[in-house]
Design a protein around this ligand. Structure first.
Ligand code: PLP
Length: 202
């Protein structure tokens, strides 16, 4: 199980406190904030880009982040490939899935994922490491379970197809409100913000 502490809006001093406790991974959802924190906190930490990523910003983070959780469209594939080629580094990514098809969220529909992955497989500088989802913000446990289970089954389905070189190591799902359910349904990477740092004041 990997825990990604989500540090968006959290000030650096507070992040340094958790780093002293041995945390060496952080997740951010905005490129600008991620860059700022990488500047101050330096190397030695694995930086995860967990939020929606604009193609024109890939160049700022491509050779610095450990994992991009939000690959969801072809224009982004092309840009990551371009930057990877330039830096000669293969970028590890997760494919973001919008299982509930919420208008407010990014990500592919469940049935789009397999053809999308098949497309990515022909690129040289992108390595798919698994799937990511942000579940709807609801209390309905049964419904959430269904969402997470759909993700798990999708991952298993992809594994059964035995694509060359595709290992699907990570299922990034579960946040402060729903991580217990997500873990029970097969998550092995949870992204926790408020549960670690307290409520955010935007
Ligand atoms: C903010 C955020 C989280 C963490 O949410 P919490 O409710 O604070 O745990 C996880 N994933 C993404 C993509 C986020 O933007």
């Amino acid at each position: 199980m990997e825990l990604i502490p989500v540090t968006k809006t959290v000030e650096v001093a507070k992040i340094e406190e958790v780093i002293e406790y041995g945390i060496n991974i952080i997740g951010e959802n905005r490129v600008q904030e991620l860059e700022k924190k990488m500047d101050v906190l330096g190397p030695g930490i694995d930086y995860h880009m967990i939020g929606h990523l604009q193609s024109n910003k890939v160049k700022y983070i491509a050779d610095k982040v450990k994992l991009i959780h939000s690959l969801d469209r072809e224009s982004l594939i092309k840009e990551i490939e371009k930057q990877g080629r330039k830096n000669n580094t293969v970028m590890d990514v997760l494919v973001q899935v919008n299982v509930a098809e919420e208008k407010s969220k990014h990500g592919l529909k469940t049935e789009q994922v397999v053809p999308f992955i098949e497309k990515v497989l022909s690129y040289d500088y992108i390595n798919i490491k698994g799937l990511m989802t942000i579940a709807p913000h609801v209390d309905d446990e049964k419904y959430l379970r269904k969402i997470f289970r759909t993700m798990y089954e999708l991952k298993e389905d992809i594994l059964r197809r035995n694509y060359n070189g595709l290992s699907m190591d990570y299922l990034s799902m579960g946040m402060t409100n729903d991580y217990k359910i997500a873990i029970e349904e097969g998550s092995n990477m949870v992204r926790i913000g408020r549960g670690i740092f307290g409520e955010r004041n935007y």
